[in-house]
Design a binder for this molecule. Structure first.
Ligand SMILES: C[S@@+](CC[C@H](N)C(=O)[O-])C[C@H]1O[C@@H](n2cnc3c(N)ncnc32)[C@H](O)[C@@H]1O
Length: 326
């Protein structure tokens, strides 16, 4: 499918995907407009409910059409339409493997009701037995390892649960923020999904490309990508974002880390949600953290704990700065 592989394409995802005869996507991540009045440059996010649901069924069916039989399909959606997405997914023959809650920090303050602080992420598969799930790539050190020093602890860590609460929204002041797009998913959240549900060389499709977060994360994890968007402006800006990333991926960080290792290290730091200052100062915790990182990268290399300590110090400063600026 050369017309899709590693391209960001301007067009309506329903038109583009429903014509395809041979499924080509190993993983699909879709973050459609939530129908809550966001300002996009080519899409009106205020459809009547029945029209929105009709459209939702159409783009989901078009996506299922290009998903390989072994493929996984993640959909992010707000509370308003979450239940509908689950039902439509099952009507289209998908199996819902997880209904994930992404509880984000830095949510917007509500005035007349409780503030919105989460989004729903559905994890569907066509075939539960055949789909990819790389548990080692997403495991975290358990409390048994970190706190209780319990010899019964699984040495490969634990699989995270289905409430994700360590990724913040991408605030306007964040370095990763693409100011030309109104809403953007965190790159590290996409990296978790891609690491779990695809393998290097697989094709990751995003039918609602937006600022290109899915493609950016896929590229850094050595996957092929394809992003579709109806806005020419978003497509052109995504191409620039990806070119800049390609340039950065040739740089070496901390004298030895490549871009993929750096991203994965940052992902582990954020996902642990554990006081990193404690890890830096404690040899046992530092060894557990380093070991978990090696496991996530398939034990392809051993890492020096002093190097990891140095990078963690840098992440602590980065994290503090973005918390202050938000
Ligand atoms: C919520 S945003 C996606 C944000 C993206 N996940 C990110 O991290 O930047 C939804 C995007 O869908 C695009 N869109 C709306 N209708 C579309 C359609 N029929 N086909 C393709 N893209 C569409 C909008 O232009 C918008 O950029």
């Amino acid at each position: 499918m050369h017309e899709f592989r590693n391209h960001i394409i301007c067009g309506d995802c329903i038109d583009l995907l429903s014509k395809v005869e041979e499924p080509f996507a190993d993983l699909i991540f879709a973050d459609p407009p939530f129908n809550i009045g966001y300002q996009y440059d080519h899409y009106k996010d205020t459809l009547k409910k029945d029209k929105y649901l009709h459209w939702t069924r159409d783009w989901m069916a078009a996506s299922v059409n290009v998903l390989k039989p072994t493929g996984s399909f993640y959909i992010a959606i707000g509370a308003e339409y979450a239940a509908h997405i689950r039902i439509i997914g099952e009507e289209l023959g998908l199996i819902c493997r997880n209904w994930i809650i992404w509880h984000y920090t830095f949510g917007q303050h509500g005035k007349t009701k409780f503030s919105r602080a989460h989004a729903h992420i559905f994890y569907f598969a066509k075939d539960e037995k055949e789909c990819t799930f790389n548990d080692l790539a997403v495991r975290l050190p358990s409390d048994r390892q970190l706190i209780y020093n319990d010899s019964r602890a699984n040495a490969t860590g634990k699989i995270p649960d289905d409430v994700w609460n360590t990724y913040s929204r991408v605030c306007g002041t964040f370095k990763e923020r693409q100011s030309w797009h109104p809403c953007q998913m965190p790159e590290l959240l996409l990296a978790r999904i891609i690491a779990a549900s695809s393998n290097p060389g697989d094709l990751v499709l995003d039918p609602f490309n937006g600022s290109g977060t899915t493609a950016a994360a896929a590229m850094q994890l050595g996957r092929d990508y394809c992003g579709l968007d109806i806005s020419e402006n978003y497509v052109e800006n995504t191409k620039i974002r990806l070119e800049e990333l390609k340039g950065k991926s040739r740089e070496t960080l901390f004298g030895t880390l490549d871009a993929n290792e750096y991203l994965e290290l940052k992902r582990l730091f954020v996902e642990m949600g554990f006081d990193a200052a404690k890890i830096i100062d404690d040899d046992k915790l530092l060894t557990i953290f380093t070991r978990q990182f090696e496991i996530r990268l398939n034990n392809r290399k051993a890492y020096d704990t002093e190097l990891i300590q140095e990078v963690l110090k840098d992440f602590l400063v980065w994290n503090k700065k973005r918390q202050i600026s938000c």
